[in-house]
Design a protein around this ligand. Structure first.
Ligand code: KG4
Ligand code: ZN
Length: 364
């Protein structure tokens, strides 16, 4: 039987400066506050996240985010039991800012702190939102990551496969730029796709005939580029309907690719005979309703419970880092001042970076 603890979570691995308070025990946790300060305005003029600008903004804003999270939760630092901080993978300057903030707070208060893998934060989110029982199947889809995992325990994940090149969020962001939409690309493409025809362009579903769980998105991006260039040369610009049709056809191709490999991942997961099978999705791309609904349909076909977190817990946040700390702290010691920030940090250390691919290494 665990005693409920109150954890301060800190997240700064990409372009969201986040702090949160979560209280509870493994599998039964409540978010007391979750502050997320985005940086879209700072990076808007550059067409993507600029690591140095992100790191500087995190360093300037983290103290304020922590203070805001404590105030919103009505909690003081002496009521906090421990600090959990993202220590990788991510943009190294941002991760360093978070780790230094946690170390500073720990030095000042004596609170223990735990370095948490950002991907574990996403992968354990269903424990926070649904009290999901292990083992569950997880599809992690974000701007930097794409992998199928079986979560066996708070710190035990088997990677079934993932992207061999771009992450789907990265593809959404690049395609948005190609067809003249704003950043972040995911929500912009999803909005444009609402008025588009998903069948107008026959974009590829790469690797769909391969019997593994690997995916590829870079060829899809090139196909969108070609289609756009043809349209521009025919019309002297990109007509609004064509832009919507490109967005819808691209989104459908991503959803179909993820759906096809979800069937394969479910097959491997169900072979383990879980008692109450469950599939969960997490990461920023999990906010996409077309993708969610395809996954939901496939799970229903297999009698597998499907769970997708609320949008605020799909994209980067610190509540998932605090929750992962509650999940993991019973089984490990706190970190000390030697904790370092890591740009790469695989969740499944036992498996080769890319199962069955031998191509580019995974990003995590
Ligand atoms: O998990 P996240 O906040 O950060 C990473 O760890 O990468 O994911 C951000 C990514 C961005 O690439 C963004 O374009 C994508 O998630 N995204 C979406 C949607 N909302 C955010 N992609 C597709 N559809 C969406 N509605
Ligand atoms: Zn993330």
């Amino acid at each position: 039987m665990h005693t409920p603890v109150t954890i301060l979570g800190i997240e700064s691995s990409c372009d969201d400066t986040a702090a949160a308070l979560v209280r509870g025990v493994p599998g039964d946790m409540t978010v007391l506050s979750s502050v997320v300060q985005g940086q879209n305005d700072l990076h808007a003029g550059f067409g993507g996240v600029v690591p140095e600008i992100a790191a500087r903004a995190h360093a300037e804003r983290l103290d304020g985010a922590v203070a805001a999270a404590l105030a919103e939760a009505g909690v003081t630092l002496d009521q906090v039991d421990a600090i959990g901080v993202t220590c990788g993978p991510g943009l190294i300057g941002g991760v360093v800012s978070g780790v230094m903030t946690a170390k500073g707070l720990s030095a000042a208060t004596g609170l223990p702190f735990y370095g948490i893998n950002h991907l574990a934060g996403h992968a354990l989110t269903p424990r926070l939102t649904d009290g999901a029982a292990f083992p569950y199947l997880m599809l992690l889809v974000s701007g930097g990551h794409c992998q199928f995992l079986i979560a066996h325990g708070p710190d035990r994940f088997t990677r079934l496969g993932g992207t061999i090149d771009d992450a789907p969020g990265e593809a959404f962001d690049k395609v948005a730029r190609l067809i003249g939409l704003g950043q972040p690309g995911g929500p912009a493409v999803e909005t444009a796709a609402r008025t588009g025809d998903p069948t107008r362009f026959a974009f590829p579903r790469p690797l769909s005939n391969k019997p593994d769980c690997n995916l590829s998105f870079s060829g899809l991006k090139t196909a969108v580029l070609r289609a756009r260039d043809d349209l521009v040369s025919d019309h002297g610009g990109l007509p609004q309907q064509a832009q919507a049709d490109l967005a819808a056809s691209f989104q459908q191709a991503v959803a179909d690719s993820l759906g096809g490999k979800t069937r394969r991942a479910l097959g491997l997961y169900l072979a383990e005979n879980p008692e109450a099978p469950m599939m969960c999705v997490a990461g920023g791309v999990a906010a996409n309703m077309t993708i969610r609904s395809i996954l939901e349909t496939i799970c229903a076909e297999h009698d597998v419970r499907f769970s997708a977190p609320p949008l605020s817990l799909c994209t980067d946040n610190a509540a998932m880092i605090a929750a992962a700390t509650i999940e993991q702290m019973q089984g490990r010691s706190p970190d000390d001042m030697t904790l370092s920030a890591r740009p790469r940090m695989p969740l499944d250390t036992a498996s080769a970076p890319m199962i069955g691919s031998g191509k580019k290494g995974a990003k995590a």
